[in-house]
Write a protein that binds this ligand. Structure first.
Ligand code: TGC
Ligand code: FAD
Length: 392
């Protein structure tokens, strides 16, 4: 990866559908990634370490809250720009994109959408620059696909609430300065609140031993009678639609992002197929290898058109949660298949860290699970087209 020769692939001239600003943003992020991340990402993944020094740079390129308006410190870009940024980051590593999409869609988005003006001013500008890092606590040890069953809860105690419970599998948790947490009040209604590092009884143990997203920090959020000021509660949002609306934004970013990982695997396999000689010929001249490449670029092209159209709908506020769900599921699935096929094309070299494919493949095993598993997204589409709820 240190020798990053990625150039992008655009078989159907989808670039014609982008503005000059979109292309400039892509170039800026790609250059930053090649200079700052490609040379180090394999080493950080191998040692399972989060490259925390990149946070400031991610802020500078606008990767934190790309669509958050300037009055709150964001660059105020459109949704396609947000997608392009996520794609360029995940082209390098899904963990890098995870850090940015959690900060953008799961921390800044709910603060921007549901917080008071004072809360927005307190947190958004510092999150935009990377001075503060955030995380999002929805999943619990016993409630993953079914977050409605959560047991984390708080009780009213005058000017503050007392929070108890635990969240699991939380991206950014070990380094986060603040956590957007979803918990039930005394009536059993889901509410959102911001828990700050340093509050007594709040700890964030790291999750060790992951074979996936090794360059992204994952941890738990443990709340043991944490006193959270009422000023940290989101005032008006109630129920599961609060956290699920954040997931719409994050899943949209993942649909673009996973395509980046697919493009990088295809790019690597295509180049390798022209350079690797077996039986006296480049392996790319064998029909079975060409079949793999032809199928990869076909699926990538379909996925590019899907996210572009979704971006247009999202800019118009017309993208439904179900449409976003379909794009997340499809694009992660094709990325995972592309990674598996590309890895085979590199033979033994495909399992080494000299090429990015195995790392992408292992990362994508998390991406296909988080933000709603592949099967949960199938059921979302199933319910949408039949009208029957197959969840319960
Ligand atoms: P259901 O009864 O269908 O809905 C409850 C309320 O929520 C509303 N709603 C939505 N609102 C906005 N956006 C959506 N996508 C929504 N889906 C549902 C719904 O209208 C209703 O509102 P109201 O006003 O009637 O109360 O809920 P359910 O309990 O049957 O669950 C539905 C289901 C299974 C689809 C949902 O629970 C789900 O999506 N489960 C998957 C959980 C998940 O995705 N977790 C992700 C955790 S965060 C994460 O993984 C971050 S990884 C980040 C990284 O590192 O990049
Ligand atoms: P389960 O819900 O136990 O599912 C197990 C299996 O059962 C899956 O195959 C699932 O598809 C299937 N299943 C469940 N219900 C049904 C059904 N009704 N019908 C058919 N099949 C079903 N969460 C956060 O809140 N914040 C984060 O920042 C975050 N980051 C993450 C980072 C990583 C690296 C990982 C791996 C996860 C992260 N998550 C995060 C959690 C993630 O969202 C959950 O893992 C995911 O929602 C699935 O929940 P679960 O792991 O409990 O699996």
């Amino acid at each position: 990866m240190a020798d990053d020769r990625y150039q992008g692939h655009d078989y159907y001239l989808v670039d014609d559908l982008l503005t000059e600003e979109h292309k400039l943003i892509r170039e800026t992020v790609r250059t930053w990634v090649k200079q700052n991340v490609s040379p180090i990402i394999e080493e950080y993944a191998q040692k399972a370490e989060f490259p925390i020094h990149l946070l400031k740079g991610l802020g500078e390129i606008g990767a934190f809250g790309p669509y958050i308006p300037a009055e709150y410190g964001g660059p105020g870009l459109d949704q396609i720009s947000y997608g392009i940024i996520m794609q360029e980051l995940e082209r390098c590593d899904s963990g890098l994109r995870s850090t940015a999409s959690v900060q953008s869609s799961l921390v800044m988005f709910p603060i921007w959408s549901y917080a008071t003006e004072a809360q927005k001013q307190k947190w958004l500008p510092k999150l935009a620059t990377g001075e503060l890092l955030g995380c999002f606590g929805l999943t619990e040890p016993d409630h993953g696909s079914n977050p409605n069953g959560m047991v984390t809860n708080f009780k009213d105690a005058g000017d503050h609430v007392i929070l108890n419970g635990a969240k699991m599998w939380i991206s950014n948790a070990p380094f986060a300065d603040i956590a957007v947490v979803w918990a039930k009040d005394e009536e059993g209604t889901i509410r959102g609140l911001v828990v700050e590092r340093g509050m007594e009884g709040f700890t964030t143990p790291t999750t060790h031993g992951k074979w996936s997203l090794r360059a992204s920090a994952t941890g738990e959020l443990v709340f043991d009678n944490v006193k959270v000021p009422k000023a940290n509660l989101f005032p008006d949002i109630r129920g599961l639609k609060g956290p699920l609306s954040c997931l719409n934004s994050a899943r949209y970013g993942i649909a673009w992002g996973a395509l980046g990982a697919a493009l990088d695997c295809y790019d690597t396999a295509l180049r390798y197929s022209k350079e690797r000689i077996q039986f006296g010929k480049p392996i790319g001249s064998f029909q079975l290898q060409q079949k793999k490449l032809a199928e990869m670029i076909t699926e990538i092209t379909k996925a590019q058109l899907l996210v572009w159209r979704l971006g247009v709908l999202k800019n118009d506020h017309r993208a439904s949660p179900q449409q976003i769900s379909m794009a997340k599921r499809n694009n992660v699935e094709i990325a995972l298949r592309t990674a598996r096929e590309a890895r085979q094309m590199l033979g033994g070299m495909g399992i080494t860290g000299e090429y990015p494919i195995m790392r992408h493949m292992m990362n994508l095993e998390s991406v296909v699970t988080y933000e709603g598993t592949h099967d949960i997204h199938l059921l979302i589409t199933g319910m949408d087209v039949t009208g029957f709820n197959a969840f319960n």
